[in-house]
Design a protein around this ligand. Sequence first.
Ligand SMILES: Nc1nc2c([nH]c(=O)n2[C@H]2C[C@H](O)[C@@H](COP(=O)(O)OP(=O)(O)OP(=O)(O)O)O2)c(=O)[nH]1
Length: 160
Amino acid sequence: MIEGTLCFVVSDDQVLLIEKRRGLGEGWYNGPGGKREDGETLRECAIREVREEVGIDVDTPALSKAGELTFRLDGDPQIHCHVFRTDRFDGEPRPSEEARPEWFPLDEVPYDQMWDDDSLWLPGVLQGRTVEGRFDFEGGEPLDDADFVDHDLAWGIEFE
Ligand SMILES: Nc1nc2c([nH]c(=O)n2[C@H]2C[C@H](O)[C@@H](COP(=O)(O)OP(=O)(O)OP(=O)(O)O)O2)c(=O)[nH]1
């Protein structure tokens, strides 16, 4: 299964999202992130993806694990996604080919322009809670055209 990361930077009651310009979830808002490369840890993956996509540095002790999400399509696990959260970063967000960064007030996160499951777990993560979740989609490839049909969530998970 593919291992990936998402990173949510929260600062001054705002969260840094990206409008994804290509690939899975194109046109929707998400946290910066992507697939883990050989030889890197998940934390290293999160730091690299944030740097590549929006040009800021989140490599500080404040970067912590907030979730583990498994996305299944027609019963098959597709992506195991490790969610990180931080309230510290260096630099100024800038756009890239993959992503256009935008700050949103925490009470104005555009859930209607995000993956359908995000409104179930992201509010808690933005508040600093930890979560483990499984999300079931049906309807065949690609995942971002499939229907979100079922889920299972557990809060207050202790990650290392
Ligand atoms: N918030 C959220 N993110 C999701 C969901 N499902 C899902 O695959 N993702 C994330 C996990 C990955 O970070 C991202 C898809 O991977 P990606 O960004 O690497 O895909 P890509 O096809 O653009 O490939 P790449 O070349 O950028 O690596 O979407 C979901 O339901 N909610």
